[in-house]
Ligand binder design. Structure first.
Ligand code: 2M8
Length: 434
């Protein structure tokens, strides 16, 4: 498909999912507003209709909690067909009464998205005024994690539900599924009525998900003691890399609007040191996740280990070597499989256990670009666009055949494809405002 037709098709996906102020991830599968999906959506909207990108961010912030937490899901009133619905979260501590949300968060992509969306506004005064308006709530959302989700003196942020990681059924979380937790109440799944169950998490995964929902709804996991005692508490390598990149991007905004840095340089250095000391695995040549209850790294290699490239937590040499090694281990795969085929638990067609995802590719490609690894970034961006051009704007793609899988008309697949076409990776430097 030539670019014009491709961009028109991508725009049609965003318009299909446009609910006025927010964009649902996919028509029937995900009918509410999701946190990192909306951040990616805002980047796509910024090319089509800049004020609409601003509305996307405002809608996401409308669900913010008094603690600063930005929820994983902001429920749309009266919309059914997703489980768990708002009835599983009876006491959302929202800033704006009447908002219904879930009680956990998701990877903090928003600050980086706000930075990018701002840069796509050509009028500097409009850009700066918008950044100044959203700066504080966006900063609160990021700092929520340092204030409430750390333990044992480490600055790394603990994720307390697989859904918070965004990579729900990643083989990294199998150790927790194996513990056999089950919720007290029975639950009904809605997802497998909409898409093929072979591409979704299994029943045992969902038992863990609902068990944790019940727990978190009853006792929020906030503060060092609660984090340390939580049934699921991990330092996710991708989530923490996204946090770091978000802090750096927020500091860039702060500088451009004349505010103090959101996170001081010394704190960033401490965070970076802890990230390397806790999560680097020399034998794998990759970062791994860390289980707080087991007090050890989780022995599973996945795309999350490449998150440091997006985060800017590694230099070009290290990034090059990490990717080289990753690619060698997935011969015969379409890039980037979300889990490695030589690992137990790999499944080329099941959600976050193998298939390639546009958002992961996009983050790694943009990270490579920022490190000056333009050739690698260009190859990955081209592979990503090739998957979408051939298969359509689906949720994910079979790790080996590239066949489109999961939900159709998927928002972030379209939004980030627009970004890759409109701002090719080779144009590094163009995003730096004068
Ligand atoms: C998936 O997660 C939701 C729960 O949050 C689900 O399976 O119902 C994940 O892929 C997540 O990363 C994504 O944000 C969400 C909506 O696209 O779907």
């Amino acid at each position: 498909m030539p670019d014009a037709g491709f961009l028109t098709a991508a725009e049609a996906v965003l318009r299909t999912n446009d609910l006025g102020d927010c964009t649902r991830p996919s028509p029937r599968l995900y009918p509410h507003q999701w946190n990192w999906d909306s951040a990616f959506a805002a980047i796509g909207w910024a090319y089509l209709d800049w004020p609409r990108a601003v509305r996307e961010v405002d809608a996401l912030l409308a669900g913010q909690w008094v603690t600063g937490m930005l929820p994983q899901i902001r429920y749309r009133p009266g919309v059914e067909g997703y489980s768990p619905g708002p009835e599983w979260w009876p006491h959302p501590r929202v800033r704006h009464p009447g908002e219904r949300t879930s009680g956990m968060s998701q990877p903090p992509v928003l600050p980086s998205a706000v930075y990018t969306v701002g840069l796509l506004q050509p009028d500097e005064s409009v850009r700066r005024a918008w950044w100044a308006r959203v700066y504080e709530p966006v900063r609160d959302a990021l700092l929520y994690f340092s204030r409430h989700r750390t333990a044992g003196g480490s600055p790394l942020v603990a994720v307390i539900h697989p859904w918070e990681s965004g990579l729900d059924n990643s083989p990294r979380w199998d150790f927790a599924v194996r513990k056999g937790f089950r919720p007290e109440r029975s639950y009904t799944r809605a997802d497998t009525a909409v898409v093929d169950a072979a591409g979704r998490p299994r029943r045992a995964d969902y038992d863990l998900y609902f068990y944790l929902v019940e727990r978190i709804a009853a006792f929020p996991v906030e503060g060092a003691d609660a984090v340390a005692a939580a049934p699921f508490a991990v330092y996710d390598a991708l989530f923490n890399a996204i946090w770091y990149r978000a802090a750096v991007d927020l500091n860039r905004i702060a500088r451009l609007i004349g505010r103090e840095p959101a996170v001081a340089d010394a704190e960033l250095r401490t965070f970076r040191d802890a990230y390397h000391a806790t999560l680097w695995n020399e034998a794998a040549g990759l970062f791994r996740d860390y289980d707080l209850s087991g007090g050890a790294q989780i022995p599973a290699d996945t795309c999350a280990g490449l998150g440091a490239i997006w985060g800017g937590l590694v230099d070009a040499r290290r990034a090059d070597a990490m990717l080289d090694r990753y690619e060698k281990r997935c011969a015969g795969c379409r890039m980037l499989p979300s889990a490695l085929p030589d690992e137990p638990g790999f499944d080329p067609a099941r959600y976050w256990r193998g298939p390639a995802w546009v958002n992961i590719n996009w983050m790694v490609a943009r990270g490579l670009e920022a490190l000056g690894l333009r050739e690698r970034a260009t190859v990955l961006a081209a592979e990503t666009l090739a998957l979408v051009r051939a298969g359509g704007f689906f949720e994910f793609f079979h790790a080996q055949t590239g066949a489109p899988l999961g939900g159709p008309d998927f928002t972030w697949s379209a939004a980030l494809a627009i970004d890759l076409v409109r701002r090719p990776v080779s144009f590094i430097g163009r995003d730096t405002p004068a």
